[in-house]
Design a protein around this ligand. Structure first.
Ligand code: S3P
Length: 184
């Protein structure tokens, strides 16, 4: 089924955007897209390589054009990278073209979920906690600014978070609880 709903998941590294996005997209019959995977496909390489060769600014430029393209699609659930809110154009495109759900997550939880990850260049440091705390203080206001719905994800399993998002989407009249064909 095709419909015009667009959902964008934002939040820090380790918030669970990809896991929750996949589950939620199948509940809502939306096409799941992960912007980081899309950037990698377009570039033919991985994110650590892009950061290494082009720096964070090079990655952000690629991210901005990818977000601009992806937010012009309809019927998608887009999981974004944690730094997407740093560029004003991304904030404008996400806020203006769909419903933004912020998966708000404590630094402790982010650390627990990212501790063994080698694919996040910003965390390849001796003190990932300090990095995540700094990023949280800069980015949390931006996530809040563009979010239609804020969900705290700490200590919760993905299914439970998905159910809360569905409930909040109904409450906000973004989806119709009775439209069982589309949202069952
Ligand atoms: C980043 C988060 C990553 C990825 C890149 C930069 C960030 O995405 O876009 O490593 O700046 O927070 P995830 O949030 O999916 O880990």
């Amino acid at each position: 089924m095709s419909h015009t709903l667009n959902l964008y998941l934002v939040g820090p590294m380790g918030a669970g955007k990809s896991t929750i996005g996949r589950l939620l997209s199948s509940e809502l019959d939306l096409n799941f897209i992960d912007s980081d995977r899309e950037i990698e496909e377009r570039c033919g390489t991985n994110i650590p390589w892009i950061f290494d060769k082009e720096g964070e600014e090079g990655f952000r430029a690629r991210e901005e054009s990818t977000i601009d393209d992806l937010t012009q699609k309809t019927g998608i659930l887009l999981a974004t990278g944690g730094g997407v809110v740093m560029r004003p154009a991304n904030r404008k495109n996400l806020a203006g073209r769909g419903t933004v759900v912020y998966l708000r997550t404590s630094v402790d939880q982010q650390l627990a979920r990212t501790s063994r990850d080698k694919n996040r260049p910003l965390l390849q440091t001796t003190d990932p906690r300090a990095v995540l705390e700094d990023l949280f203080s800069v980015r949390d206001p931006f996530y809040q600014e563009i979010a239609d719905i804020v969900i705290q994800t700490d200590q919760r399993n993905p299914k439970n978070v998905v159910n809360e998002i569905l409930r909040r989407l109904v409450e906000n009249n973004i989806i119709d609880a009775n439209d069982e064909d589309t949202y069952s």
